[in-house]
Design a protein around this ligand. Structure first.
Ligand code: ADP
Ligand code: MG
Length: 375
């Protein structure tokens, strides 16, 4: 793109990916989640280009850029552009202060691996424009408008967790977020002598978006049924296991199983938060294994690759727990591994995984990091 020749950025934003310790699919059911930003991130550089309406965005990772007119924003045929355009569309509903700008971005976040490169991109654009044009958007505005952008322009009916974690995280902590009140508590993440090791399955099955939306509908169907017996229930977050059992006959088996998972998973988030506060890492590990069982058998958003990797850890006494993390159908597994066992664990998982699926396993250590910031 031509503008790259005269690119003199005045602003650099770091926009991280995130991991979620526990609480999968609970966010859109207005329950609890326990995420944190990680060191892997998208770095976005910005300059004003002194035009009224011409904007140019270039992704170094894709070696692709595009230009658009602020007064003619619409959904693009190129999927990745919609993460940017959706954000601009939402910002334009809130302020008319944006003018022509150029942005170059570069990422070390693997795409579609459950680390939420999508939220990192959305929030990085929103955060950058907020700084560049002094839009006076709050951090929470940036979070919510980015979420809506993903609904309207990308078509994923995501909850609030990814954007919230990307923007609001603090180094060394996880966020216990109540997705209904949008209030959070920071919990120190002290794992020593353990580490969080992420194994990337290297697969991201196409089901991720379509099945995600199906799960959301199944939960809504469950709620509608349960409300007939319990009118005060607003979301699955309000449904205890006992309540669910009293509605079991009225629910389709699949819907019952989805609701059962959400109810259990929500409680697990609170239990993990408590265990972390009490430095009871063994309990954290147990709950991660339980969560994976739920993800795989009850919510059915795992895949054979993730199941294999989680199962593989169970033979290793120096691994406290493991589960698939992210929306599902691949991406990464999260493992709590003793420092002395990291190298041997990664080696044995890699060999076994290669034998089984012919795929090279990649891994990294995840450390709770601060959210979106100006560099
Ligand atoms: P995840 O959020 O788990 O990484 P998604 O499928 O939700 O997976 O989002 C990934 C998509 O986000 C990519 O396919 C691409 O469209 C967009 N994206 C993320 N990072 C970049 C980047 N560096 N350059 C261009 N597009 C990106
Ligand atoms: Mg995403």
């Amino acid at each position: 793109m031509n503008f790259l020749k005269n690119f003199n950025p005045v602003l650099t934003i770091s926009s991280p990916g995130r991991i979620n310790i526990i609480g999968e699919h609970t966010d859109y059911n207005l329950g609890y989640v326990l995420p944190t930003a990680i060191e892997k991130k998208i770095v976005l550089q910005f300059q004003k280009n002194e035009t009224e309406k011409t904007c140019r965005v270039y992704s170094k990772d894709f070696d692709k850029g595009f230009e658009f007119d602020l007064s003619k924003i619409s959904i693009s045929e190129n999927a990745w552009e919609n993460y940017v355009l959706g954000v601009l569309n939402e910002i334009s509903k809130r302020t008319d202060k944006v003018r022509g700008f150029d942005c170059v971005l570069e990422s070390n976040l693997p795409l579609g691996s459950g680390l939420s490169s999508s939220a990192a991109l959305e929030c990085g654009i929103a955060y950058g424009l907020n700084e560049l044009f002094a839009l006076s958007l709050s951090k929470l505005d940036i979070v919510t408008l980015s979420q809506i952008a993903e609904h309207t322009y990308v078509g994923t009916q995501c909850g609030i967790m990814d954007q919230y974690a990307s923007v609001m995280s603090e180094a060394g902590h996880v966020i216990l977020l109540d997705c209904r009140s949008l209030e959070h508590q920071l919990i120190p993440m002290e794992l020593h002598p353990y580490k969080i090791i992420m194994l990337n399955t290297g697969v991201s099955h196409n089901l991720a978006t379509s099945e995600y939306n199906v799960r959301k509908l199944e939960c809504e169907e469950g709620i509608a049924q349960i409300q007939q017996k319990y009118p005060s229930v607003k979301s699955l977050r309000d449904v205890t296991e006992e309540m669910l059992e009293t509605c079991r006959k009225e629910l389709k088996t699949t819907v019952y199983r989805r609701c059962h998972f959400i109810s259990k998973e929500n409680q697990r988030v609170l239990d993990v938060a408590k265990a972390l506060r009490n430095s009871n890492l063994e309990r954290v590990g147990e709950l991660l294994y339980e969560a994976h069982e739920g993800i795989s058998k009850w919510y059915e958003v795992s895949c054979k690759e993730s199941d294999f990797l989680v199962e593989h850890t169970k033979k290793n006494l120096l691994v406290l727990g493991a589960r698939q993390t992210g929306g599902g159908f691949g991406g990464c597994t999260l493992n709590i591994v003793h420092v002395d066992a990291v190298a041997s664990f990664v080696e044995s998982a890699s060999v076994a995984y290669k034998n089984e699926f012919g795929i090279e396993l990649t891994y990294f250590e995840a450390n709770p990091s601060r959210g979106t910031a100006t560099l």
